[in-house]
Design a protein around this ligand. Structure first.
Ligand SMILES: Cc1cc2nc3c(=O)[nH]c(=O)nc-3n(C[C@H](O)[C@H](O)[C@H](O)COP(=O)(O)O)c2cc1C
Length: 325
């Protein structure tokens, strides 16, 4: 595989401008290691690592280091929701730095404290943004690059198309990564031609042999068409992309009136989000790892359009890299 250097790959020391994005509950350490070993970069999702797959955080990182000597990253969700959560994220960042992790993707909140910690050892921090105003805040916080989460992304989607969000961010002087809608090599090539410094993919990497999600989940991704992907607020309180099935149709896609009221109010919002988060974390863990049941649902983005087989993470990276030759 020929390397395809960009501003992003040079910063983090990898060969292919491809990130396997953090995914709760689909990021297992074996997947992270496989993506990184192939020359792209996998991102650890700390709650997946510990709560879903049962690893001690440091031991989990060490298992990745035993499987590959190449760089991998960590996702830090830095929303200031509670002191105890912040303390937990700080601990994860500290352990990751001690174990040699040098690439962080931050979401929500102000990334400054992560940038400051990482800077002491030459680490690189990218921040998730959905529009220009959040990019300004991230740049004030000192980040080195931006992850542009678009309106076709799996997980929590943004509002703007891949082209529209790049138009808002392109002149800010930082590398911009396209997050969302990339599931096949041709789309990857198109995004790189638009001017992105790399792509972040989630859904494509669920349908790999190294991802420990249940086979039923992987088959649902292969079977789904883009029009089967809907956004629902009923799971986490903010719109999240899922494959429409019997259960989602029963559940509906809008938060109920009480939840909406609570989500609008600053103080109540925290509680409502916590309730949603806890409930959906437990559910997601169960539904992603076990055979399909009547009340199951699966998160995936519209990139399902280009995903037709379960292959190894290395094969994904090779096929995508070849599209840039
Ligand atoms: C099942 C699933 C879970 C996700 N969980 C997270 C997460 O915990 N943290 C995060 O920052 N992004 C999360 N994402 C977003 C991905 O990291 C990535 O940006 C997104 O999947 C890109 O869109 P794609 O699915 O079209 O490739 C998740 C995405 C999926 C599909």
């Amino acid at each position: 595989m020929r390397p395809h250097p960009t501003a992003f790959t040079r910063q983090v020391g990898i060969e292919q401008p491809i990130i396997c994005g953090a995914m709760y509950p689909c990021t297992n350490p074996e997947l992270v290691a496989a993506v990184s070993d192939a020359g792209a970069i996998g991102i650890v999702q700390p709650v997946s690592m510990t709560y879903v797959y049962g690893h001690d955080f440091r031991e989990g990182l060490r298992s990745i280091k035993r499987a590959t000597s190449r760089p991998f990253g960590m996702n830090a969700l830095i929303e200031q929701s509670s002191k105890s959560y912040r303390a937990r994220v700080e601990k994860w960042v500290d352990i990751a730095l001690e174990e040699g992790v040098r690439f962080f993707i931050t979401s929500l909140g102000n990334p400054r404290w992560v940038v400051e910690k990482a800077a002491q050892v030459g680490g690189v921090v990218y921040h998730d943004v959905t529009e220009r105003k959040w990019a300004h805040k991230a740049i004030d916080g000192g980040v080195h690059g931006l992850i542009a989460v678009n309106n076709v992304a799996g997980g929590h989607a943004g509002r703007l198309s891949p082209q529209a969000i790049l138009d808002q961010l392109a002149d800010l002087g930082l590398p911009v990564i396209c997050a969302g809608g990339v599931g096949d090599p041709a789309t990857f090539r198109r995004m790189m031609d638009l001017g992105y410094a790399g792509v972040q993919m989630g859904t494509r990497f669920i349908a790999t042999t190294e991802c420990l999600a249940h086979e039923d989940y992987k088959q649902a991704i292969l079977a789904a068409a883009p029009e089967d992907i809907v956004l629902t607020e009923r799971l986490t309180g903010v719109p999240v992309a899922v494959i429409n099935n019997e259960y989602i149709r029963r559940l509906g896609t809008r938060a109920g009136p009480l939840a909406r009221f609570m989500l609008r109010h600053r103080k109540l919002k925290y509680w409502m989000r916590s309730i949603y988060a806890l409930r959906s974390a437990r559910r997601l863990k169960k539904t992603s790892l076990s055979a399909a049941g009547a009340n199951d649902y699966w998160q995936a983005g519209k990139s399902v359009a280009g995903i037709h087989s379960v292959i190894s993470a290395r094969q994904v990276v090779e096929e995508f890299a070849a599209a840039l030759d």
